[in-house]
Design a protein around this ligand. Structure first.
Ligand code: DGY
Length: 325
């Protein structure tokens, strides 16, 4: 039963201590002490009597889960900028507000995009393995050879906040930025980047491609055999957005054939149960979805989610309200 004056909040995953302390002070909180991933049935059970939920991208809030939530739940605040794991129209249909956590993870995620870009281009994963496995036998002029980054062309798919932060960092490597977007950015945000009104036009220039768009019905599977074929031979692809934007079969085939020289991936379709072929694929630099994983950023994401919840329960419109439209 909800305590008078304190909304009851179900927090589906363990959060940083500062965030949990703030929640414990302001809410009657149901925490996930051992941080296990809950089944839809357990999520529904724990949500009973709750006024709101603070969820993460590890819980699929699809129409069936949302339909099974108790009527007491009036807000789902996700601890993520992406909200492809939430069926927003289904939530709206039940009168449940949805919020996300933009802005606070922009820099951390853009940093990882550059880490992937450099790591994939320079063979950081196999280089590290050579050192650890003691298979590094000598310095040599001709191996192992990576690919130059400085001065190359970088295509950015999804030139929003994170895409622009990637561009800012890449300019430090003298990279020439290309982007494709429905509408052109104003000059102060474009910062000299080359606008392409077609995806094909941008991909044709993308010696490096950074995927930074949201996963939506329009972008799922957008990077596939047909679109990879538009890229220059020997290009490098990095993805810090969502795995399902890329078709695994096409990407793996392109890396195996050398059409793509390398790939750097922080996100995978169906993660953590990724396509097994990635595990032995050469010329790939693979990370376990750590784009926003710094203490400061994860704390800021939690605080932002709680800001949204506080505003909602104070009768205000949360700053990061997500709508289906
Ligand atoms: C995000 O915020 O969307 C990150 O990918 C974590 O889910």
């Amino acid at each position: 039963m909800t305590m008078p004056g304190k909304p009851k909040l179900f927090v589906t995953r363990k959060l940083t201590q500062d965030v949990e302390d703030r929640i414990a002070a302001a809410y009657e909180a149901v925490f996930n002490e051992d941080d296990h991933i809950m089944s839809p049935a357990e999520l529904v059970e724990k949500a009973q009597g709750c006024d709101g939920m603070l969820v993460t991208a590890t819980e699929k809030n699809d129409a069936s889960l949302i339909g099974a939530l108790p009527g007491s739940v009036r807000i789902i605040a996700t601890f993520s900028v992406g909200y492809d794991h939430i069926d927003v129209p289904a939530a709206e249909a039940r009168g449940i507000a949805v919020t996300n956590t933009p802005d606070v993870l922009t820099d951390a995620t853009a940093d990882v995009a550059l880490l992937l870009l450099l790591g994939a281009a320079r063979g950081a994963d196999w280089g590290e393995r050579m050192v650890r496995d003691a298979t590094w036998t000598s310095w040599a002029p001709t191996y192992p050879l990576g690919h130059d980054v400085t001065g190359r062309k970088l295509g950015i798919l999804g030139m929003g906040r994170i895409g622009q932060a990637v561009a800012k960092r890449a300019r430090g490597f003298n990279m020439q930025i290309h982007y494709h977007k429905r509408s052109r950015l104003p000059a102060e945000l474009e910062q000299g980047a080359v606008f392409h009104d077609t995806l094909e036009g941008m991909l044709g220039q993308s010696e490096f491609l950074s995927i930074n768009c949201a996963s939506t019905p329009e972008t799922r599977g957008l990077i596939n055999a047909e679109t990879i074929a538009m890229m220059p031979d020997g290009a490098v692809l990095v993805n810090t957005a969502r795995g399902d934007i890329v078709d695994d079969d096409a990407l793996i085939a392109a890396v195996e054939s050398g059409k793509l020289a390398a790939a750097g991936l922080d996100v995978f379709a169906g993660e953590p149960a990724i396509d097994e072929r990635y595990r032995s694929l050469k010329n790939t630099f693979l990370l376990p979805h750590i784009g926003s994983a710094t203490l400061g950023t994860r704390s800021a994401m939690g605080m932002r989610a709680v800001d949204n919840l506080d505003a909602f329960f104070a009768g205000q419109t949360p700053g990061d309200l997500v709508t289906a439209g």
